[in-house]
Write a protein of this length. Sequence first.
Length: 580
Amino acid sequence: MRLRGAIVLGALLVPVGAGHAGVRVDDQAVRAALRDELARSTAELHLGDEPRPYYVAYTIFDAEQATVSATFGSVTSSHAYRGRLLRTDVRVGSPAFDNTNFEPGAKVDALPEEDDYASLRRELWLRTDEAYKQAVELLARKRAAAAGEVAGDDDPSLGDFSKAAPTKHEVPFPAGNVEPEALRAAVTKVSAIFREYPTITSARVTGTYTVTRRRMLSSEGTWVDDAQRTTKIDVVAETQAEDGMKLRDFVPFTALEPSGLPPLAEMEKGVRAMAAELTAMRTAPVAETGSGAVLFEGLAAAQLTKLLLADHLAGTPPPKTATAASDDGGQQAMLATKLKQKVAAPILSAVDDPLLAKAQGVSLFGAYRVDDEGVPAEKVSLVEHGVLQGLLMTRTPRKEIVRSNGHARAPRFAGPHAHIGTLVLSAQKDAGVSRAGLLKELAHIAKGGGVTTYVVRLLDDGLLPAGDSDELLSLFSFGGGRGGPPPIRPLVVYRVQGGKETLVRGLALENLEPRSLKDVTAAGAEPVVYNYIDEGNGFAGIPTTIIAPPLVVSDVDIRRLTGKYRRPPLYPPPGFEAKK
């Protein structure tokens, strides 16, 4: 990926598609520029004896984002941004062997935000010329690398680019301004709640409202003109225990539009519960190292599903040459070689359904109709009674699955790769049990001795800002350094003993990886919806949803955090009383 120049994000401009003095808005001009330059590129673009492009696709993203942040009832920043990006995909060679799946090939550049036909044509011409030259160079290097290797077990007839019928998809563009005012009152009032909790040292509330319009035209005849909207309010708070250990908690609120957020009273109730729990953590005992059985409930269940399942379902095959790097950074999904094998407990099944727009009254971030390669989204059965039956596919085929199932998705500054839309993990029919039943399962596991039981309600799944560096060093000084998977840091944990749940702190969960889903012995009947932005923030990331029930994992290594921490503040904080 190359980003040409700076992405111009002007403050407080009007939304895309709305008129504004000095800003030219003309949908037909944009479409005509794409159509005319695409026709010229496919007909005239070539370099000496090198082949012409056999596939060209342009995708224009018009992004608007409003962000407002506040702490303790005071606004710290408030911005509205607007920008336009172009992703250019050029393939040379043939679908059987082209320049892709070797090194990153998609180019992302800034475009003029005005709908000026001549300016857009010129930029499209320059970006296509650069992309073609890069594609020709990559194809030559890929051929040279392939010529120097002995043929493996790969089927050469699979090729690099599977067939897909042209897609036509247009939806009305949403009207309305994308400005911080839609979030300001809620963010400010929610952040003011922390004034009631003097031992909380840091409280950050950030609201983000994003609308991204996508227009895609390909040489195969695909035309997509749609939009995606997301609204998030993230509430993150920190405190310190007397021994200096830093503690964090967070509460997210999501909707497609600001008007769809929960009522303010409901958000305030959730934030107060979080603040009280975080305050109580300061005096909670530190957990002990040992073997544990854990009930993951609430957001922790969906976060565990993300870490152990959702992040490992891509079916993109590895590069055809040993020295190459694939478009997704060479990271082969851990489950891609496990088709038709047991990967989870028999009580578990999973599907990915981008066509699901709403669940439990919540609008889903992961809903979409057409993926970023112009292929219609499909519902895919992934795990059936613990057996892996499917993978998420782009138009790069593999031996077992030769066609795309509409799961090519792209962060705004990179090319598309296989990624979930809305992943739904569920228990086998009649297998979901009540919370009392889940606690009973924990007690049953602990009955033989040598196992401590816990309830985990929140994880740090990598989507929060990093914590104190000393604490992170102590966390990663074990587990991952011995070649195993990196430890997972739970943020809210209760130890269960004698039917009583006691808040604890200072532990990490080790050796949790995809095969740990085989250790799930029970699942709850009440799933939770987790909307999040993956691989970036705001318009730059991929809107994603996971729906998962509470899960009991019977075998988890618990590690007590050790290390030296910075001292907490030496004297109490000032109050929030008004100055006289």
